[in-house]
Design a protein around this ligand. Structure first.
Ligand code: MTE
Length: 301
């Protein structure tokens, strides 16, 4: 595998922090060309597949806090205020606390990279995320030896998230990973895409991306990360345990009870393009299959 690039290999940290400050403000358009060109290095784990367009990535979303229709998040998510933002880190960690987003990013920016990952549900996209490995944050707060799982929660704010005014899901949206999954270098916290801060509809200001699992595992707008010794509840498993298991690894051999999961439709491919075969672990098998050695993936779906 290629040598891991640090942001510091590419540009002094000051320029990166300036760029973030400029982009985060109202002045994204005013950013000087010199600053706007600065980009973190591309992760060696990125796919070479062509990315979807920014328009596709930001107008075809699932974010039930803003409605059920794929276009609802783009229409409604502007209501969400994401500054200030704190992430509470709790449970089996040495340094629990509420961490401001700026604090988290101050250290993470050194490790921030572009990750061009495939994302799959019944449809698929390739998205150039900006993010950093979740393991960096977990190592910073110190995971205790008894921790076995990580539980995540999204913000609850019905006045800004109209979907939360009805009980379509049991709010807050919840997700969970086994600790080894959470520590895997493919598991990232994403803070932006296509070189810009994260659009609200994609889970601003910070969301999970786990590319070998179905899209619903990639929880958006995270306010809580808790280390536990028992398997956490997840929103879709609570909603319908028969259809959605804890692991939710992309697996074309295991059908959803109501549909085949053997193929996917690439968003933006055009009406004449056929469906594509879905790859085991969404094509990341070389990296992650070992996490499940000896596990029956039909039962542990
Ligand atoms: N996170 C929250 N908080 N609420 C949601 O409804 N939907 C999930 C996931 N994360 C969801 C969420 C689902 S079903 C998918 S497919 C992905 O977000 C979609 O992410 P994208 O819109 O950025 O492609």
């Amino acid at each position: 595998m290629a040598r891991r690039l640090n942001w510091s290999d590419v540009t002094p940290k000051d320029s990166w922090m300036n760029r973030r400050a400029v982009l985060a403000g109202a002045g994204a358009i005013l950013a000087t060309p010199a600053l706007a060109r600065i980009e973190p290095a591309k992760s060696p784990l990125s796919t070479d597949a062509a990315p979807n367009t920014r328009a596709e990535i930001t107008t075809y979303n699932n974010f039930y806090e803003f409605g059920l229709d794929k276009g609802d998040p783009a229409r409604n998510a502007r209501l969400l205020t994401t500054d200030p933002w704190e992430v509470k880190i709790s449970g089996l960690v040495d340094r629990p606390g509420s961490y401001g987003l700026a604090d988290i990013l101050k250290d993470a920016a050194l490790e921030e990279r572009i990750y061009r990952f495939r994302c799959v549900e019944a449809w698929s996209m390739v998205i150039p995320w900006i993010g950093f490995e979740l393991s960096h944050l977990l190592n910073k707060v110190g995971v205790q030896p008894s921790a076995k799982y990580v539980a995540f929660e999204t913000l609850v704010r019905p006045e800004e998230m109209p979907g939360q005014q009805s009980a379509i899901l049991d709010w807050p949206y919840r997700e969970g990973l086994r600790l080894d999954e959470a520590m895997h270098p493919l598991t990232i916290l994403a803070t932006g895409l296509y070189g810009d801060p994260m659009p609200n509809q994609n889970g601003a200001p910070i969301r999970l991306v786990v590319p070998w699992k179905y899209g619903f595992k990639s929880i958006k707008s995270i306010v809580s990360i808790r280390l536990t010794d028992t398997q956490p509840e997840t929103s879709w498993n609570i909603q319908n345990a028969r259809e959605y298991g804890f692991f939710s690894n992309v697996n074309p051999q295991v059908d959803h009870p109501r549909w085949s999961q053997a193929s996917e439709r690439r968003v933006g491919a055009g009406i004449f393009a056929g469906r594509e075969d879905t790859a085991m672990f969404n094509g990341y098998g070389d990296q992650v299959a070992g996490l499940y050695a000896g596990q029956d993936l039909t039962r542990n779906f």
